[in-house]
Design a protein around this ligand. Structure first.
Ligand SMILES: Cc1cc2nc3c(=O)[nH]c(=O)nc-3n(C[C@H](O)[C@H](O)[C@H](O)COP(=O)(O)OP(=O)(O)OC[C@H]3O[C@@H](n4cnc5c(N)ncnc54)[C@H](O)[C@@H]3O)c2cc1C
Length: 374
């Protein structure tokens, strides 16, 4: 995977690709196919996906709750699995040493290293680039990734038995899409920190939502609120593919977490600083068992949530899911490539869109398709 302007991750051909590899790529690449919501969950919601249980919660360890993006639930679950011996390592992303605003992959065996990766990092990540090594090494790894990463891994499991044998736990988070690296550059510009000066960078975490925070080599700290960094810069440069994502809620993960924002009654969540709270959805029997055990052993505090409440916390995700069908129809009309997305209730979700909303998005996507043509 390499970075292509304006700073999105793209696959590059670096050598001959044999027939088997090409077949495997075609069957798993999240750019071209999205794993359907087939699993053992007792219920499936057209926006929020398969679910055993919907809850809000947070890590009982105050450090994990504080460092985590929302309530530190993803990290707490991974740590619980590690401590109980369900897995022997965790595959996750962390800040790149060479460029602290970009991502690198970490394979961690200690709580300290897993906690170091806590917090959302709003820039491209490729946590599967070393999956061959993870599978070849054997053992049992927990995998943390974006919904599309987990989708690719589930699809790979259909042709590679090592996935189920060696990756018994897949955790995801709701994902609004990947901003470009150049948008991150604009955040740094507003923070008056040059790329050369940058020693460390957090997008958020250290509180909920926590601030974007740049630290320079000479110890200068510069911060920006989440509303500014995400709202004014990063969200404006989310790549198009993410805007037609039919499963941005991690529907094929064992457990998916998100921000359990307050205040959605006004139509938009509030982003005031407070103690972190994650939205937690267990999606498989294995995920539910982990949730039960994490609560019983005191690693996670959980409070039940009616599934109807999620829309107040995640209005953007609900909107996107109901508009995916119209946007993809526009690509079809313009003879543009589009991912396969069957078994994800895209059609059912689209019936919840107002016709005017649907038409506006269809036309907007047609216009965008025409503009992108050479
Ligand atoms: C690009 C992006 C978009 C998001 N969009 C939404 C959204 O629309 N709605 C919403 O509620 N939440 C969204 N989130 C997720 C949200 O910010 C929190 O991750 C979620 O609330 C879980 O918090 P937590 O405290 O339980 O997780 P934590 O305990 O903080 O753990 C987060 C885990 O995610 C991993 N991670 C962080 N960034 C990346 C990345 N780029 N690629 C792969 N893994 C990563 C970390 O390594 C860590 O293991 C998004 C996150 C990202 C990175």
């Amino acid at each position: 995977m390499t970075s292509a302007p304006p700073g999105y991750s793209r696959p590059t051909i670096v050598g001959p690709v044999d027939g088997a590899a090409e077949k495997s790529i075609a069957a798993t690449c999240p750019g071209s196919v999205v794993a359907p919501w087939v699993g053992d969950a007792p219920a499936t919601h057209p926006y929020w996906g398969p679910h055993y249980r919907v809850a809000t919660g947070w890590a009982t360890d105050p450090e994990v709750r504080f460092k985590g993006s929302s309530g530190g639930a993803v990290t707490a679950l991974a740590l619980h699995a590690l401590a109980r011996g369900l897995v022997d390592r965790v595959v996750h992303v962390t800040a790149s040493a060479a460029d602290p605003a970009s991502n690198a992959i970490a394979v961690s065996t200690s709580a300290r290293d897993v906690i170091a990766g806590a917090g959302s990092r709003y820039v491209s990540s490729s946590p599967l680039v070393d999956i061959e090594r993870v599978l070849a090494d054997g053992g049992r790894a927990a995998f943390i990734g974006k919904p599309c990463d987990v989708s690719a891994l589930r699809l790979l499991a259909q042709s590679d038995a090592r996935v189920d044998a060696h990756v018994p736990l897949m955790l995801a988070f709701f994902c609004a899409g990947i901003p470009s690296r150049s948008a991150v550059g604009r955040v740094l510009g507003e923070l008056r920190v040059s790329e050369n000066e940058l020693a460390a960078f957090r997008y958020r975490g250290d509180g909920w939502p926590g601030k974007a925070r740049a630290v320079t080599h000479d110890g200068r700290i510069s911060e920006m609120t989440y509303a500014q960094s995400w709202g004014a810069h990063l969200s404006k440069e989310v790549q198009f593919r993410c805007k037609i994502c039919p499963d941005a809620v991690g529907g094929v993960a064992d457990i998916a977490c998100a921000d359990a924002w307050y205040g959605g009654e006004t139509g938009y969540p509030r982003f005031e600083e407070m103690d972190g709270r994650s939205l937690i959805v267990s999606r498989t029997a294995r995920g539910e068992a982990l949730l039960v055990d994490s609560e019983e052993k005191g690693d996670l505090i959980l409070e039940g949530l009616d599934i109807g409440q999620i829309e107040l916390m995640q209005p953007g995700q609900a909107r996107r899911k109901r508009l995916v069908r119209g946007r993809v129809a526009a690509l079809k009309a313009c003879l543009q490539p589009r991912p396969q997305m069957t078994g994800l209730l895209v059609e059912v979700a689209s019936r919840r869109a107002r016709p005017v909303e649907q038409i506006r998005n269809f036309l907007g996507s047609v216009r965008r398709s025409m503009e992108r043509r050479p």
